[in-house]
Design a protein around this ligand. Structure first.
Ligand code: WQD
Length: 341
């Protein structure tokens, strides 16, 4: 029985952290990445963390022939973890075809190429599929709301593709993991979130402001119907998230698992933007300059996950605190300032 796991998008933020946890669990990750939204130097960082250079192939998963060649060259997989996708909500509104093409071509080419194999397939999904939930915390059986962006739509439709594929009868076992807000960095501070250009997400903007790269953080809105008026999210440490992927593979390796299932990957707790800022300041001792600005278009007011099913069925629970998320993100930012990748 092979222990090889194909990790598409494996040089990205969550992908690279999952490569580390796969090795820790005795798997052999095979990284595939087209480098369109990641940095090849992360491979060197992983080599330092792991003590060996993981197998890496630069492949465009939108190129059907290349994916078929890959499946021929790498036939003996135990599973696939599919991270490779574009994920910037704002950019997806401006460039929808870029998102539909990349996120669907890559998924379908991959599923087709290994279709005849009995494989365990983990899909990187998102809490974005819930939109603004009617009830909080949001459970996996909450109604999927109309997507608020083409990015969110690609995640919703991808889950439908996987559901239909499994229902049609296939050798695949499939788990979709709906991430809430992944933040933080590996304890080594050698890998972490590596935004290209001006950060779109809160935590890298916080750390770049704290390091002086950005003048001031703007809090997008403080008139929401939340305790302090700023928007609420379920922030989860990327290492907790990475470990959940290993646990999902192990669940599918059991004969008792069949077909398709979905799990929320969050902490079950909501934190407001202002609470995150204060958590950063207390965890690092760094005062953060910020101003209040208008709400960001397309943002939901508040969302956090019900993680009961993940605890009881997946057998996973987040362990790391918001302070640890902030402290690790800051250590990574300081490392980057000394060692630009
Ligand atoms: C968080 C909060 C902003 C920047 C993202 C991804 C989405 C999904 C979940 C993967 C919001 C506020 C932000 C800033 C701010 N990830 N904010 N000032 O939008 O919840 O979703 O993570 O699937 O794909 O987009 O994350 O970090 O952008 O925003 O006030 O400079 O921080 O308004 O309330 P978001 P985010």
């Amino acid at each position: 029985m092979s222990n090889k796991i194909l990790v598409t998008g494996g040089l990205g933020f969550i992908g690279s952290h999952t490569v580390v946890e796969l090795v820790n669990a005795g798997y052999e990750p095979i990284i595939v990445d087209d480098l369109s939204n990641s940095n090849i130097k992360i491979l060197d960082q992983l080599t330092t963390i792991l003590g060996f250079k993981p197998v890496f192939h630069q492949i465009d998963l939108c190129d059907e022939a290349a994916v078929i060649n890959m499946a021929t060259a790498i036939p003996d997989l135990s599973g696939i973890i599919h991270f490779a996708a574009f994920k910037a909500v704002g950019e997806s509104v401006k460039l929808p075809l870029k998102y539909y093409r990349n996120n669907f071509y890559s998924l379908i080419n991959l599923l087709n190429a290994y279709y005849s194999k009995p494989l365990n397939f983990v899909f990187s999904s998102s809490c974005t599929v819930y939109g603004q939930p009617d009830q909080l915390p949001v459970t996996e059986d909450a109604p999927v709301k109309p997507a608020q962006s083409p990015y969110g739509n690609t995640k919703q439709i991808a889950e439908e593709i996987l559901t239909d594929m499994v229902a049609s009868g296939t050798n695949y076992k499939v788990i979709s993991l709906r991430y809430f807000n992944p933040v933080g960095a590996h304890e080594s501070a050698l890998i972490g979130e590596l935004p290209i250009g001006v950060p779109q997400n809160l935590v890298p903007f916080i750390t770049q402001t704290a390091s002086g790269k950005r003048e001031k953080l703007t809090v997008f809105g403080d008139k929401y119907n939340t305790p302090d008026g700023s928007a609420v999210r379920d922030y989860i440490h990327v290492v907790d998230l990475a470990k959940a992927h290993v646990i999902a593979l192990k669940l599918m390796e059991k004969d008792s698992f069949s077909g398709y299932d979905v799990f929320n990957l969050g902490t079950g707790n909501g934190s407001s933007v202002l609470e995150v800022i204060h958590a950063f300041e207390s965890a690092t001792g760094v005062k953060l300059p910020y101003q209040i600005g208008p709400a960001r278009e397309g943002d939901v007011e508040q969302v956090w996950g019900d993680v009961t099913k993940s605890a009881n069925v997946l057998g996973w629970r987040a362990e790391l605190s918001l302070d640890t998320m902030m402290a690790s993100a800051w250590e990574w930012e300081k490392y980057l300032n000394q060692n630009p990748l």
